[in-house]
Structure formats: C-alpha cells, structure tokens
Write a protein that binds this ligand. Structure first.
Ligand code: GLU
Length: 424
C-alpha cells in the first residue's frame, strides 16, 4: 500500500521502535520496576528458520521465516502469520509484542506471538504457497501447539493456509488437532464469525468511541484505508449503522464521493473487478490524498506507518480507529493529540480478531460449536468492556487512549508475571 513510509527516518519506520517508544512512556507512568520493564519488553523466544522449497519449475529456493513468542505468562502465545516481502525480524517482534498487550486488554488468556515468512505471494502459485506453509510449520513445530503457541491468519494468509497448518501439525501428531491454529475453514473446526471478527470489533469500538464523545454515528463521514478483509467488513457494518462512507482505498489507489458510497454495491464491484478503482460515481485519489480527506472517522486498515510525522498535521478527522497493526508511528502520536484527534489504538481497536480466535480455540477444545449470534454477542461484550476499561485508565491517568491501552495491557501482564514469580 502506497503511504508516507518512504519519507520518514528508519527509526520512525521501525515497528519495534514504535512499540518500544509507547511501552517506555506507559511503563514510566505505571512506575514499573526496571527489572520487570526488561522482562516485559524482551521477547521470550525467537526462532529464525530457513525454508527450502521446490518450485513448480523444479528449481529450489530458500525462504526466510520467523516465529517470535513475546510473552507466555498468561497462556499459549497467540498471533498470526504473515507472508510478505516486507517482513523483518523487528516487524515480527513488534507484532508479537502488540499481540501480548492486545490479548491482555481484551482479557483473552493468551500471550503474544507472531510469525512471518519473507516471500511475495503474488509471485507464487497456490502449490508453492502450500509447500512454503507446510515446511515452515515443520520447522517451527517444536515451539507451537494448542497449549504453546496458536497461529492465525495475518497479512496475505487465509483459511487455506490455516487448513495446511492444521493438516501438517496433525500428521505429525498422528491425530486431528484443530486447536493448533485459528481462522480455519468452518468445515475444519473454524468458528462462525471469525472471518468478520476484526471488522465487527472495529464497528463496535467505533460506536463506543462516538457515544463516548457524544457524536452521532448516523450521518458521520468515514474514510477507510484498505479494502481487504478488515477494512471492507468494517466499512459495510458502519454503512449499515447509518454512517456515510465517503472514501476508501486498496493497494491500487483510492476513490472518493463526498455524497457517500453505496458500500453494498461497492463490495460487489470490488469482488468482480478486484479493485475499488473505477467504481461508478466516484473520483480517483491516491492513498496519500485519501488520508487527508476531511472526515469524522478515519479507519486505517491497510498496513504499518501510514500516519507519520510527515502527514499527521494534514489529517482532518475527529477520531481515528486503527484497523491495521501499527498504522501510526510514535512520532505522529503527539501531533494527533495536539490536534485533539481521539485515537482508538490498534491494540484495542482490532482485538476482535484474536477474541474470536480465542472462541474458536475454546470450541475446538471442547468439541462443541456455537451459533454465529452467540459468537457475535460475546465479541460485542468483550469489545465494549475492553473499550471502557481502556477509557477508565486513560481518564484516571489523564493520558491518551493509546497510552491508556498500553498501561492496561502492561499492568495486567505485570500482575500475572509477579504473581507467578520468576522460576529459577
Ligand atoms: N493477525 C490478527 C491480529 O493481528 C489475529 C491474530 C489471531 O487471531 O491470533 O490481531
């Protein structure tokens, strides 16, 4: 996704720095013991693996993969696997730490993990992606498991990839182990509502944030960056709530219509054309321009480093609800705060995905499956409670929602760590 990342410093663009900068301020505000600070900041375990693969043309290639387990104090590590040419160890580290705080904020009994493979799925066949997936799982098999670390989808990985993970692990275990991974196809033990969960969670926290600020959602303008699984579902649900979706974008670029886009029609169009560009009645804009469209709700749901020190002062919105992980750099936080923009941070806003992943794992473990309405109700309750818990901390310490979220997450994991004690 084209963004402003090209023009910022390497430090500002490093996701682990982005995580650490907020962690540091939150830890200081909490008065966290320096030793505990080290424990909570440092990943528990990092595994780097080489993945040899036979390509369709008979040649061999070696891909680099990672699995980072940031913190296992509260339960098995949990977090997605991304396939992207941009994957770096620091990115996976940051994403794993964000999962730790996210699970703690949502009160989901997991620690944080994340995986990544450096590859470009758009240049690979389905069979090649399958071979990469299976060999990657074989390489990390000793550190994953339903009680140890449970992967899930992330950027460029989907339910097919999850099915191959489940099958590979199960073949080694000699029996079906559905709870090894979440985000599976429904017929394989996936949970109803999991595909929509992150977008649905965003819809819930947007409603909460608007009510908290006393701004009506009906008629409010919404700009959505990213029209993948997360952005498109959030856009549809907000549209159904009566909001006015004025601009959206995907990897190819953005579209705008100040009178509002018909999101149901747009979804059909995007499915048929594989892009939102060219949607009748809209004009084209770039992804950079899209972020600067005057709006009430800005929903970055694409990738990291989109709102930075370079463009934060040109952003004109009442609230930002972060669908992506790390869309805002640490340097942009103060600029947004100065402008009075209310930010619902990623580790709260997009926690709906891992929440329903938790429900999927629970259903797999007791072998009984819930109706979709039950999943959605439980998700709604979890997200509303998480929003209110974060708002309470933010008010108590007179800090932003971002800092409040870090403080809540860190405090909960610190409690677990101290109560368990340090094994020696
Ligand atoms: N990849 C998603 C995230 O970043 C979901 C993780 C999960 O469901 O375990 O939150």
């Amino acid at each position: 996704m084209a963004g402003s990342s090209g023009s910022i410093s390497a430090k500002e663009g490093n996701p682990f720095e982005a995580m650490s900068a907020r962690f540091e301020v939150a830890a200081r505000k909490l008065g966290l013991d320096p030793g505990l600070y080290e424990i909570l900041k440092t990943p528990d375990r990092e595994l780097a693996v080489s993945i040899p693969v036979e390509m369709d043309d008979g040649s061999y290639r070696v891909f680099q993969g990672y699995r980072v387990q940031h913190n296992m104090a509260s339960g098995p590590c949990k977090g997605g696997i991304r396939f992207s040419p941009e994957v770096t160890l620091d990115e996976v580290r940051a994403l794993a730490a964000w999962m730790t705080w996210k699970c703690a904020i949502a009160n989901v009994p997991f620690g944080g993990g994340k995986g990544g493979v450096i590859c470009d799925p758009s240049q690979l066949s389905r069979r090649e992606i399958e071979r990469i997936t299976r060999r990657y799982v074989a390489m990390i098999i000793d550190i994953i498991g339903p009680e140890r670390d449970v992967p899930a989808p992330d950027m460029n990985t989907n339910e097919n990839v999850m099915a191959w993970i489940m099958d590979t692990y199960s073949m080694h275990a000699r029996h079906a182990v559905p709870a090894i991974v979440t985000g599976k196809p429904i017929g394989l033990g996936g949970s109803l509502g999991r595909t929509e969960a992150t977008g649905r969670g965003l819809d819930v926290v947007t409603r909460e944030a608007m009510a908290y600020l006393d701004i009506p959602l009906r008629g409010a303008r919404v700009v959505v960056q990213g029209f993948g699984n997360v952005g498109s579902i959030a856009a549809r649900l907000l549209y159904e709530d009566g909001a006015n979706i004025v601009a959206v974008s995907d990897v190819h670029g953005g579209i705008v219509n100040p009178a509002g886009l018909n999101v149901h029609e747009l979804l059909k169009f995007a499915r048929a054309n594989r892009t939102v560009r060219g949607f009748p009645g809209s004009s084209e804009i770039t992804n950079e321009e899209l972020l600067e469209v005057q709006t009430d709700i800005l929903l970055p749901a694409a990738t990291e480093n989109q709102i930075t020190s370079r463009n934060a002062d040109r952003i004109s919105t009442r609230i930002i609800v972060e669908g992506a992980n790390g869309p805002t750099t640490a340097a942009a936080d103060a600029l947004l705060e100065e402008k009075g923009i209310f930010v619902v941070p990623d580790i709260l806003a997009n926690a709906g995905g891992v929440t329903v992943s938790y429900f999927e794992w629970v259903q797999n473990r007791y072998g009984y499956y819930w109706e979709e309405a039950e999943v959605n109700d439980r998700l709604e309750n979890t997200m509303v409670k998480a929003f209110r818990d974060v708002a309470t901390v933010a008010e108590k310490f007179d800090v932003s929602m971002r800092l409040g979220a870090y403080m809540l997450g860190i405090d909960r994991v610190a409690y677990t760590t101290l109560t368990r004690g340090i094994y020696a």
